[in-house]
Design a protein around this ligand. Structure first.
Ligand SMILES: *[C@@H]1O[C@H](CO)[C@@H](O)[C@H](O)[C@H]1NC(C)=O
Ligand SMILES: *[C@@H]1O[C@H](CO)[C@@H](O)[C@H](O)[C@H]1NC(C)=O
Ligand SMILES: *[C@@H]1O[C@H](CO)[C@@H](O)[C@H](O)[C@H]1NC(C)=O
Length: 398
């Protein structure tokens, strides 16, 4: 299982809170310079919330603070522009969190995180008034909801007019059907919905005119049908020609969704599903591939020509599967592309945790194409023999 659940367990550790959630939990993360994270005292008192002044600006964290106290904090403080606001609101008497209009008063926050208690069982219901973040709507670039239950939230009007929002994260959250009414977010580049329920009951929103670059939908238990309808929606939106990364790991798929409609896709991750067979022309990439991950999908067989594209620099991950054949009509072309580059930069095919057969099926590689061997990582046959230790001579009679 991927580590997103562990992430939320450290969230309650005060200072770690902000650092942890601003650090991206996903495979391709933005690396921030350490020096920017130096902390200094803030010019104003945000008690009972806390405040740090970092190279990015003011970072305000309200942990287990009531809505009324949060409103009071932003009413009495002057700083107009905040780098981030983390709202871990204390529960109302009914055990839920209900954000009313203008929680931040007229303050502008570049990053907003709404966090329900990570370990609550059942999860805490969250409702957000359409005007909760009204004043910051032209100034917020990142918005996240973590660990909540959105069954009481019937729309997403609270994101109306978020004209520069580039990242929306909904993680570890139940009943996100209201995603269906997601308003137009023209600047959206990264949409992360992970560890959530409810997507299968929603019509995936038409994201046009957004030009999404990253779509992470891991850990939502999505079946083939739901994934297909989501990809049809995204593939017929303005994102078809902008999407670069698609993560569908740890869902409930049994087939690999076709990606031919995405003309910029170079990262595709379907690991931790159960996909025993990969048929021909399943994975057709237009731009040079960076990563294709088929790790831990119980893969038993790959048909010839399943992969098409430029794999010169690609990481092709086939680890922990049940492949018994390493076939030339699947891998030869890809390995030849990789072998045009020096080791440090070239792509590779990782096959750790598969048990190939030591038979004539490997002659094309071991006997006929020794120079390609370094591009295959951790190949083992008959449970014991490393590919690189096999002698070409032993395939003489093949
Ligand atoms: C939040 O505060 C309330 C009282 O203000 C307390 O009972 C509760 O245990 C606190 N929860 C956490 C997670 O600290
Ligand atoms: C918020 O956005 C508006 C519209 O782009 C801009 O005029 C204003 O300066 C921004 N305010 C802050 C505090 O960044
Ligand atoms: C498939 O591979 C996984 C991981 O390598 C292993 O745990 C499992 O037992 C294998 N299943 C079969 C049917 O061989």
């Amino acid at each position: 299982m991927p580590p997103f659940n562990c992430l939320f367990q450290v969230l309650s550790l005060g200072l770690l809170l902000l650092t942890t959630i601003l650090a991206d939990s996903n495979p391709v993360s933005d690396v921030r310079p350490v020096s920017k994270k130096q902390r200094a005292a803030c010019p104003e008192d945000y008690t009972p919330c806390t405040c740090d002044l970092t190279g990015y600006g003011l970072e305000v964290t309200c942990s287990n603070v009531s809505v009324e106290d949060i409103q009071d904090v932003f009413f009495r403080t002057q700083a107009f522009r905040l780098y981030s606001v983390v709202l871990s609101v204390s529960l109302s008497p009914s055990g839920s969190i209900n954000l009313p209009a203008n929680v931040l008063q007229e303050k502008r926050a570049e990053n907003i995180f709404v966090i329900c208690p990570p370990n609550a069982s059942p999860k805490v219901g969250l409702t957000v008034d359409p005007a909760t973040f009204e004043f910051t709507r032209f100034n917020t670039t990142v918005f996240a909801i973590l660990n909540c239950d959105l069954s009481g939230q019937t729309d997403m009007q609270f994101l109306n007019d978020f004209s520069i929002l580039n990242t929306l994260r909904i993680e570890n959250t139940l009943n996100i059907e209201s995603i269906q009414s997601l308003p137009t977010l023209p600047a959206l580049r990264k949409l992360i919905i992970s560890g959530c329920t409810g997507l299968a009951n929603a019509v995936f929103p038409d994201l046009t005119p957004a030009r999404l670059q990253r779509l992470y939908l891991n850990g939502n238990g999505l079946n083939d049908e739901t994934v297909n309808s989501i990809l049809v929606s995204v593939g017929s939106s303005s994102s078809a020609s902008s999407l670069q990364e698609l993560i569908l790991a740890n869902d409930g798929m049994t087939k690999i969704p076709r990606i031919a409609s995405f003309s910029k896709l170079s990262v595709y991750d379907v690991s931790y599903n159960v996909i025993p067979f990969l048929s021909q022309l399943t994975l057709i990439f237009s731009p040079p591939v960076s990563l294709v991950s088929l790790k831990s999908i119980s893969l038993q067989a790959i048909e010839g020509n399943a992969f098409q594209g430029d794999f010169t620099y690609a990481q092709v991950n086939l680890e922990n599967n049940n492949l018994t054949e390493f076939r030339s009509d699947v891998f030869l072309f890809m390995l030849q592309q990789m072998a045009t580059q020096p080791s440090g930069t070239a792509g590779e095919v990782r096959v750790t945790g598969n048990n190939f057969k030591c038979d004539c099926g490997l002659a094309w590689l071991i006997r006929d194409n020794q120079p390609l061997l370094p591009r295959v990582r951790n190949g083992v046959c008959d449970g014991f023999f490393k590919f690189e230790d096999l002698t070409p001579n032993s395939f003489q009679n093949c």
